[in-house]
Design a protein around this ligand. Structure first.
Ligand code: PLP
Length: 411
């Protein structure tokens, strides 16, 4: 009889977003005229930049002419895109990253999961709590964990709490871990990492032969000149880090699909016989076998992000969401709430008032203000007592939602 990958049975049923939908639907049925505003989503709302659309239209026409038609492209991405990424996202910031170390893909979500293909089964894995759920679930699927306890924590994972007490930056572990997931600017907390914090991680990773998976999907939201955009701004990171980037949040490609992963050629890990193996070679082999590359049309769209016009347009797009985040922070603070993040990041992480649980606060906002956000406890046990509000929305919705929350918490 055919059997399944039993690790999938260890996954907790996707609880967070279905439960939000269930509560919102029940409320909407009971209150059919309630003008519900959703500030819970992690998806962009504003249209694609003109530069990207123009480039993609031209590419579509090229596909219609035998002379310029493209079939299968390189699995790693076209050279002209990899060159621009290496030059503008890394070399311009003083990072020693070569185009050959850039692997263009259809998503940072996919890549953060797929990367486990090239790692062994006996690594000790560290994640933050709260965390972007993909890191945990893909390890469960790969068989790298035990089962979940009642609190939703999986055996075999090292959870590093990130709370207001440590500025939402995990403390460097005292034990030895092999693979470390870091995400800055952070989803869900909106926290950022200073150069000295990243340096502490790089030093730890080098001392312990660990590998850091650095998710920089929100890099474009960094406006503070002192904050690092890439882990490769830290000396030594080429020998201990893989970086994940995406066009989803800076250029609105969540539905268009383009991202990339950086695997430096100097990065190695141990094989069963103890010899060092270059991870670049394994990832290249993995992608060449299991992935066909991103469509030519979409890669031309991504390339346009690096034109002067594209750069100006994504700056405007990111600036729009950051202004939303500022409005959210200002209004919630004025309403007497404690807020974190929302600067250099599109997420505002709110401390629930009066000791309310994350779900209590969710219900209160839904009922009193008809506003939907995301309970922090859904991202991990240490997210209890917090609440995520997303800046990805129209200005009108943000203004209206903040007015209502202000009225709810006044006095
Ligand atoms: C949105 C997001 C991504 C981007 O994922 P894509 O698959 O490229 O759309 C990656 N990491 C985090 C933490 C995110 O929130």
């Amino acid at each position: 009889m055919a059997t399944i990958n039993d690790n999938y049975l260890k996954l907790k049923a996707g609880y967070l977003f279905p439960e939000i939908a269930r509560r919102v639907n029940a409320f909407a049925i009971a209150n059919p005229n309630a003008p519900i505003i959703k500030l819970g989503i992690g998806d962009v709302t504003e249209p694609l930049p003109q530069a990207c659309r123009t480039a993609m239209k031209t590419a579509v026409e090229e596909m219609g002419d035998r002379a310029t038609f493209k079939g299968y492209g390189p699995e790693q991405g076209y050279g002209w895109l990899r060159e621009k990424i290496a030059a503008q996202d890394f070399q311009k910031r003083g990072c020693e990253i070569d185009a050959s170390e850039i692997f263009v893909s259809d998503g940072a979500k996919c890549d953060t999961g797929n990367i486990l293909d090239i790692f062994g089964k006996d690594n000790t894995i560290a994640v933050t709590d709260p965390v972007y759920p993909v890191y945990v679930d893909t390890n469960v699927m790969a068989g790298n964990t035990g089962t979940a306890n009642d609190g939703g924590k999986y055996g075999g994972l090292v959870y590093m709490p990130i709370t207001a007490e440590n500025d939402f930056t995990a403390e460097i572990p005292t034990e030895k871990v092999d693979l470390i997931y870091l995400c800055f600017p952070n989803n869900p907390t909106g926290a950022t990492a200073s150069k000295s914090h990243l340096k502490a991680w790089v030093d730890y990773a080098k001392a312990n032969d660990s590998i850091i998976f650095f998710d920089a999907a929100y890099e474009a939201f960094i406006t503070d000149a002192d904050l690092p955009h890439s882990i490769y701004e830290i000396e030594g990171a080429r020998d201990c880090a893989i970086e994940f980037r995406s066009f989803s949040k800076n250029a609105g490609f969540t539905g268009t699909r383009c991202a990339y992963t950086v695997v430096p050629k100097t990065l190695t890990a141990a094989s069963a016989d103890g010899s060092d193996v270059e991870l670049w070679k394994l990832w290249n082999r993995r992608q060449s076998t299991k992935f066909n590359g991103v469509s030519y049309i979409v890669q031309r769209g991504a390339e346009a992000v690096y034109s002067d016009e594209g750069q100006a347009q994504i700056a405007q797009l990111v600036g729009f969401y950051l202004e939303n985040a500022k409005i959210i922070c200002d209004r919630l603070t004025a309403a007497g709430l404690s807020v974190y993040g929302g600067v250099n990041a599109p997420y505002v992480w709110v401390k629930t008032p009066n000791g309310l649980t994350s779900w209590d606060f969710f219900d209160k906002l839904l009922q009193a203000a008809n506003v939907v956000g995301t309970p922090g406890s859904g991202f991990g046990a240490a997210g209890e007592g917090y609440f995520r509000i997303s800046a990805f929305n129209s200005r009108d919705n943000v203004e209206e939602a903040m007015k209502r929350i202000g009225d709810t918490f006044k006095g």
